[in-house]
Design a binder for this molecule. Structure first.
Ligand code: ADP
Ligand code: MG
Length: 481
């Protein structure tokens, strides 16, 4: 769908069918360095990453795409006017200033507003192996160990739901590589696992600045492994993950599921470090036994040390997290509004934080005070939709029951034709009924977003010629009401 930007529209880009507007920061033209196309934008963004919190960054910066830069004009695509206005007012001047600093010339922004952005984002073919995952990008937000600065123990609010995991993490810091090795932290999405993992890294680094601390997402470990094996550079891979490593922190280990060769490599990495008394900490959104297609020997290693879980936070903890977050972001958050938000979002801290920022942004944009009334009004749509929509897990369960399969079949990797079809249907319905994004659905199914996209397309394409499928979908949707 096409939306017009607003009165600042200068011209229409008829070739794209998208609307445009120009922002000119009024910087003087100076002799310039020519940088390749959109890296101009990315380089600037990378530097700015350190100036804003991860939440702010994720909320605003990742919604914007720079699709071209020509003669001092950057073409930026945003999904809606709200994001355009907010970004234009708050962040664009910083980006343009940084670009001017880096390239030596002023730039102006041409906005394209396109609500197909999310769709476009996932349509980009995901390379089978990421092109350059080898070394982490060094942005200011991260330390030299590639840890996110904000994720420290100080910033972590402790409550009954997470105190075991927090205490275990601190115990690991007190005596790395001894009692709790490995530490396996598990819990639902958005509950602070990554935060704790980074906090461990920071705290150990503070005590032992010369130690080699390696933090990696499992996805990075996987990609690097495949890439380095392919280019016959497995020694480099092993050097990174084993040589002189004192602490290995691996995030989202459930992603090893079904990746046999990488599991094998992880197993040997684990053993090598473990035998030397080096600390290993992993996180997972599932208990070791619930991770499908994980070799028994890998699974059993996880049980050698301590398994600590994080549960969804209680009301008081949710309130405390909100108030802490508001303080950090310098948002005025009255207690009653915090209470209102905390009573409505129960299971996910990330969602809670995102909501707070969105609300603060909207209140500031519309110049309304932060009251419960305002929060209710502004977030009505969100609450309405999130409380009425089924969860992805519900959809998975329904589809499994309908086809007499187990929920593990739906989330697993078995390629049996009927199971694969049921899985695709579950993905399609998660998109349609839960209104979830492709990456979110991917996460719930242990797949990447392109797999979900392909599944949804396949179902859509089969529907016109497949009456049985239409019938099943109709029945499944009816049951979801
Ligand atoms: P997970 O890895 O479990 O999916 P994250 O560690 O990424 O979750 O946490 C999501 C967001 O919520 C992060 O911004 C994190 O800082 C915040 N968060 C989670 N739990 C807490 C907590 N107890 N105190 C403060 N912030 C928290
Ligand atoms: Mg995480």
């Amino acid at each position: 769908m096409l939306e017009l930007a607003n009165s600042t529209i200068e011209r229409k880009a008829s070739s794209t069918g998208l609307s445009t507007a120009v922002h000119n920061p009024g910087l003087a033209e100076t002799p310039h360095v020519v940088a390749p196309s959109h890296t101009i934008w990315e380089n600037a963004i990378d530097v700015l990453r350190g100036r804003f919190s991860a939440q702010t960054f994720e909320l605003w910066f990742t919604s914007i795409r720079c699709i071209g830069s020509e003669e001092g004009r950057l073409t930026l695509v945003v999904p809606n006017l709200f994001i355009r206005d907010w970004f234009d007012n708050h962040y664009l001047p910083h980006v343009l200033e940084e670009i001017a600093k880096q390239t030596g010339r002023s730039h102006q922004a041409i906005w394209l507003i396109d609500d197909r952005l999310e769709w476009a984002a996932v349509q980009e073919p995901a390379p089978a192996i990421k092109a350059t995952p080898v070394e982490p990008t060094q942005s200011k937000e991260r330390t030299s160990c590639n840890l996110i600065k904000r994720y420290t123990f100080d910033q972590f609010v402790v409550g009954p739901s997470n105190q075991l995991a927090e205490a275990a993490s601190r115990a690991v810091v007190a005596q790395p590589g001894s009692k709790y090795n490995p530490l396996f932290i598990y819990g639902g999405v958005g509950l602070g696992k990554t935060h704790l993992l980074h906090a461990i890294g920071h705290a150990i680094h503070a005590q032992h600045p010369d130690w080699k601390i390696v933090y990696a997402k499992t996805e990075t470990f996987l990609n690097e492994y495949v890439q380095w094996v392919r280019s016959n550079r497995i020694d480099e891979f092993r050097a990174k993950y084993r040589r002189n490593v004192d602490v290995l922190l691996v995030d989202d280990i459930q992603e090893l599921s079904g990746k046999e060769r990488t599991q094998d490599e992880f197993f040997h990495t684990f053993n090598a470090l473990f035998e030397l008394g080096k600390q290993i900490v992993v996180t997972s959104d599932r208990f070791p036994h619930q991770i499908n297609d994980l070799e028994e020997r890998v699974r059993s290693r996880f049980q050698w040390g301590l398994i600590a879980d994080i549960q969804p936070p209680e009301l008081e903890t949710r309130m405390a997290i909100l108030l802490r977050k508001a303080e950090q972001e310098q948002v005025h958050l009255p207690d009653d509004v915090a209470f209102f938000l905390a009573t409505h979002i129960k299971s996910n801290v990330r969602e809670l934080e995102g909501l707070l920022l969105r609300l603060a942004a909207m209140a500031s944009l519309t110049q309304r005070p932060m009251t419960v009334e305002y929060a209710k009004e502004a977030l009505q749509q969100f609450f309405h939709s999130s409380s009425l929509l089924p969860s992805i897990e519900q959809v998975q369960r329904n589809v499994a029951t309908f086809y007499r399969l187990s929920p593990e079949d739906i989330t697993g990797v078995r390629r049996n034709k009927d199971i694969a079809r049921a899985r695709q249907i579950a993905m399609y319905l998660s998109r349609k009924l839960c209104k979830a994004s492709y990456p979110t659905i991917g996460q719930a199914f242990g797949k990447d977003h392109t797999t979900v996209l392909v599944a949804c397309r396949k179902i859509e394409q089969s529907m016109p010629s497949d009456a049985a499928l239409r019938h099943d979908l109709f029945e499944l949707e009816r049951r979801a009401q």
